[in-house]
Each structure stands twice: as structure tokens, then as C-alpha cells.
Write a protein that binds this ligand. Sequence first.
Ligand SMILES: C[S@@+](CC[C@H](N)C(=O)[O-])C[C@H]1O[C@@H](n2cnc3c(N)ncnc32)[C@H](O)[C@@H]1O
Length: 388
Amino acid sequence: MKDRRYYAACTLGLEQVLHDELVALGAGSVQTRRGGCEFFGDLAIGYAACLWLRSAVRVQEELFRGRVRHRDDLYGLTRSVDWSRSITTLQTLAVDASVRDSFANDTRFPALVVKDAICDQFREQKDKRPDVERERPDLLVKLVLHADQAILYRDLSGEPLHKRGYRAILHKSPLNEALAAGLLLATDWDRQEPLCDPMCGSATFLVEAAFLATDRAPGLARSFSFERFVDADLAAWRRLYDDAEARAVAGAARCPQLLGNDRHAGALSIAEIAIAAAGLKGKIRLQEGDVAAFAPAVAPKVVVVNPPYGERLDAKDEELIADWRALGNFLHAQCQGARAYVLSGNAELTRHLGLRADRKLPVHNGPIECRWIRYEVGQVSRSADPAS
Ligand SMILES: C[S@@+](CC[C@H](N)C(=O)[O-])C[C@H]1O[C@@H](n2cnc3c(N)ncnc32)[C@H](O)[C@@H]1O
């Protein structure tokens, strides 16, 4: 059977991490693009991508691509896809478009053309059409219109993949789970060394680290759109799911020492709820207090942390500066010989750590361009900190 073509989307900056995940999964001809990767494979590789990719936020299957110079081309191209393979008239539909340099100068018009073409096909064949549902459609169709090239995808994920199912309550500024997992994959953590997050908030890094170390598929506790498609191969899906479940059971005993700390009691109670929902009760040790006073029960070999940062500093940000200095002191005093990875969206604040960076990965956290910075604590002397 001919290979299918897929696209997985990720946070800007994590493309290489996603590429490596896809190769490890057995995807074919993986090509990085800005904000994602294209890949090929059978139907099961699309399902496996949804279940196993840690750094991806969406997986889409390409249904058709072709030249489109005006409305009728787009309508005709959409009609050439057999939509009854995806949904029935009792299911729901939504269309999203992204448009650049094309005949259409907004996204609404081409999205409407695609929706009409799909509904007309159903009406002609079945005398009925699926309803449109923006929030949780059974089928989300994505149109990418770039110059005179149109690509139609169906979204296999449904809810974005970072929604793993363990987080019901949101902390003030939690990391996106797929970003946290991708950042962990971009470290040299061997998945058994003690790992610590001294400003852990709702513990996203720690939960994702536990999943990674215990070989637990990030999508094990949720469902996906493709399960509701008419042409779903539920037997193939069952096999993948059962295998992932068996791997999670086998891996559960391999959870390393995972330690967290935060001064905000509310964040820690949200973290405890997420940890319990993720089935990790007792596997992650959390302490409440200022990082200045944090003494981890086990010396961490790897530290991952996402301290607070404002995009621009002003005088009233003394408190932020003090937090970064306290983090630098903690690393120096408690983590000698460890590798520390710090997500920073503000180079001015990073300076206050008083450590010399040895690698920086540019990565976006939402709209903010950040750096994932690596330090070898104690391997090089503390940098002269003009602020200290
Ligand atoms: C950006 S949030 C971290 C979010 C976290 N990665 C998550 O996914 O929920 C920064 C965290 O640092 C904590 N924090 C800030 N200054 C601190 C300090 N001096 N000591 C301990 N925790 C601190 C805040 O309470 C907040 O939870």
C-alpha cells in the first residue's frame, strides 16, 4: 500500500528534537520544516505519532495537494477527496485555513469554500451533510494555501497533543507539556540520573521526565480524532495501544529520583493533583520554600528550570533579579558537577545567575523567544557577575 504523507507540528525551535523522535518511531523520509516535520509511513505510523510523540502538538495526514489559482480550483480539489472515508453525516466538521500569497486575501473565504465542497459532496451522495462544530469537531480539516499550492490535511490528534490528560487545573504560567518534554529531550539527561526542578510550579518538567524515564507514551490517557474516523483501523490502533500499555507497566519501576521545589503553595497543590492524575503518586518529591533555602534530598545530576521572566526589565523588577540570583546561588551551592538547563526569555536576567553558559538553543515559549541554556555547574569558574 502506498505510503501516506504526514505533518507533525511543534513549537518553534524544537524541530530537530521532533525529527529525532520521528526517526526513532520508524517514520520514513523525515524532513524538518519551520515549526514541524513532514514524514511518510503507513496508517499505523500516524497513530503511533499521536500516541508517542512528546514534542509534537499536532499530527495531520495529507489528503490532497494541487494547484489552486481561484475559488473553483479549490472547490474542485476539495471535491476530489472522498470525505466519506473520514466521517458520516452524523458526525461534525470544522475547517481551518492558513493562507499566504494566494488568490484569497483572508483565511475565512477559502475555509468556507472547502467546507461547502465537503458538504456538497455529502449532500449529493447521502442527501444529508455533517454539521459544523468549531469546538470539538470529529473531523478538523486544515487547508494550507501558499501561492498557487494548496494542501488539504485531516487532523489526527483532535485536542492538541500537549493535552496529555493529567492536567485539569492550570497554574499561572505552566509550561506547555510538549515544550517541557521537547526541552528535556534536548538535554543530555540519561533518564536515570537524579533530576531536579527548583522552581517547579505545577511540575510539568517533572511529570514529563517521569514519563520519559519510564517509557510511558504521553498519549496513553487520552483519545484522538482518528479513532472516530470511518476508515480507522481500530485493530491496528489496539495493538499499538496495548504495546504502549505493556511498555508503561514494564517501565514503571525505572522511575529515577525526581525532585521539585517551589515557594508557591498553590502551585504545589496543583502539581500534586497533576502528579496523582498522571499515576505518579510517590514518584516525585516536592518541597515548599524559597530556592535560596532549598537543599535537595539527593544531589541532582541534572537541573531543569523555567524561572519567571518579564520580557523587559524595569526598576520594580528587583524581585525577579533576586530570584535569579538565588537560583544561581542554589546551583552553585547544591548542584556542583551537575548540568543545569535554564529556560530564559530575558538575557538581562540570565546574567544574574552568575554562571557561564556552554550551549544555547533558541526556542519559543508561546510568543516569547527564549533560550534553553546549558551550564556545567562548577566545571568552569563562576563568571564575573556584574550584578553580584
Ligand atoms: C514560570 S513558573 C514555572 C512554571 C512551571 N515550569 C510549570 O510548568 O508550572 C516559575 C515558578 O517559579 C517560582 N518561583 C519564583 N521565584 C522563586 C523563588 N525565589 N523560590 C522558589 N520558587 C520561586 C514561582 O512560584 C513559579 O511557580
